[in-house]
Design a protein around this ligand. Structure first.
Ligand code: FAD
Length: 414
């Protein structure tokens, strides 16, 4: 490994990095490309030293075009349109097309009409349901009398984060990408007299790698190792997220089979008040319903230790019951076998959009999923791969929305 000079090294083998690797190997088939990042720990308890994790360790992430933001809707829509091809190429199915339903109050903040506009814009099939119509269609779902639901019917549902990463990496590997299980501790620019300018990457396992270009897709962990040029730190905020899971009996799992993914929004501010995933079979063979929260319960995480410690928890224990109460307020008659919590981290940017930009002529970033990066990862990966290979912006969407922002170190010391 020590002698190879890669044309491109993608650091961070999560959702965006794995998609970028697949696209890069298509865009530049002759290039020598690698994707490097640690695999998911099989057993957290056997990896007590582990501090780098990933936000894709789950089986259910909402995938839909009905987003309140046009750019996210475009990224999602384009990504979703490619899912079937990736699934066919790799034999790994990661998308379940059960539909997406957004519940909100009829009067008040126009949320449903924004969603409706977006559905129309992208030619999506949708229905608008009142309380009676909802229960006629799904006899186990309920909402408040003055609520309405907009149901995105086609090419919407959920993706498995784990299986999407597997599919993207399978395709990338088929197309010649080396996939390396390691962590990068340092990226440094160095001049080599024998070859042109290369970047030196030092790995946690003690290897030195060299690459002509490096793309960082390191999510929440980007600032914690020496990956960016000295003095540069991304302007991102890392938020803790708590989820609650209800284990289902086989009868309940069957009864809820056609349940769509659900979002509910009552407040103007923040994200959804809640989002919910339908019954999903987890690697332990059991079916779970999952619920997560919007901005209200977020807490800010600042250091690698805080983020790593958070990944070892089941989230805020005090949030589990309120979340489950909200779940059973909507999904009726569930007799949970057991319940538990989960934790994860989202990386947000002040722009609300992913950063996809060149930091130096040879180093680029694609970071900042803002809680939406799972379903849109494929198009973000495409955008990032095109950019890093060209060494400049090379995509039909405007680069302005994706420009990286750095923390102003001087002002943060005040
Ligand atoms: C609870 C929760 C629910 C969510 N729900 C949704 C949803 O419903 N829909 C949706 O679209 N999105 C959702 N998201 C967001 C989505 O999961 C993220 O936006 C997405 O994972 C971001 O992808 P990424 O590639 O940027 O980061 P990640 O998927 O976290 O990947 C980053 C990768 O970089 C690796 N890495 C980090 N540092 C290094 C290093 N130094 N060297 C090598 N590798 C490194 C990590 O191991 C990791 O694999 C949710 C997130 C959370 C936490």
């Amino acid at each position: 490994m020590d002698e190879v000079v890669y044309d491109l090294c993608i650091v961070g083998a999560g959702l965006i990095g794995s998609a970028a690797a697949r696209h890069a190997t298509i865009i530049s088939p002759a290039a020598k490309i690698c994707l490097i990042g640690p695999k998911e720990p099989v057993n957290f308890a056997e990896n007590p030293e582990r501090t780098i994790f990933s936000s894709h360790y789950d089986e259910g992430r909402l995938a839909k075009t009905m987003m309140p933001d046009l750019l996210w809707a475009m990224l999602d829509n384009r990504s979703i349109s490619r899912y079937e091809g990736i699934q066919q190429q790799t034999g790994t199915r990661f998308f379940t097309d059960v539909g997406f339903m957004m519940i909100s109050v009829k009067e008040g903040h126009q949320y449903t009409s924004v969603m409706k506009d977006m559905a129309v814009k992208f030619g999506k099939k949708f229905d608008i349901l009142d309380k009676t119509e909802l229960t006629e269609r799904y006899d186990y779902l309920s909402m408040r009398p003055n609520d309405e639901a907009i149901l995105e019917l086609n090419h919407a549902g959920y993706v498995s984060g784990r299986k999407q990463v597997l599919a993207q990496q399978t395709a990338a590997r088929q197309q010649g990408c080396d996939i390396i299980d390691d962590i990068i501790n340092h990226v440094t620019e160095c001049n080599q007299s024998t070859v042109d300018n290369v970047l030196k990457l030092t790995t946690h396992k003690g290897h030195i790698m060299r690459a002509r270009k490096v793309l960082l897709t390191t999510g929440a962990f980007t600032s914690f190792r020496h990956l960016l040029p000295p003095g540069k730190e991304l302007d991102v905020t890392l938020y803790s997220k708590t989820q609650a899971f209800a284990e289902l009996t086989p009868e309940d799992a069957k009864r809820l089979t056609d349940m769509p993914t659900i979002g509910r929004k009552y407040t103007k501010e923040g994200n959804h008040d809640l989002y919910m995933l339908p019954p999903i079979k987890y690697p332990n063979g059991k079916y779970y319903l999952k619920i997560g929260h919007g901005a209200k319960l977020n807490t800010v995480l600042n250091t690698e230790k805080e983020v790593a410690d958070w990944f070892w928890t089941e989230g805020h224990a005090s949030a589990h019951k309120p979340l489950l109460d909200m779940m059973f307020d909507i999904v009726k008659g569930v007799k949970p076998v057991s319940t538990h919590g989960g934790s994860c981290v989202i990386t947000t940017t002040p722009t609300g959009h992913v950063y996809c930009d060149m930091v130096t002529p040879t180093l680029g970033v694609a970071v900042g999923g803002n809680g939406h990066g799972a379903s849109a990862a494929d198009e973000i990966g495409n955008m990032a791969a095109r950019m890093i290979i060209a060494g400049k912006w090379d995509h039909d969407l405007s680069p302005d929305s994706f420009r990286v922002k750095f923390k102003n170190k001087a002002s943060s010391l005040l």
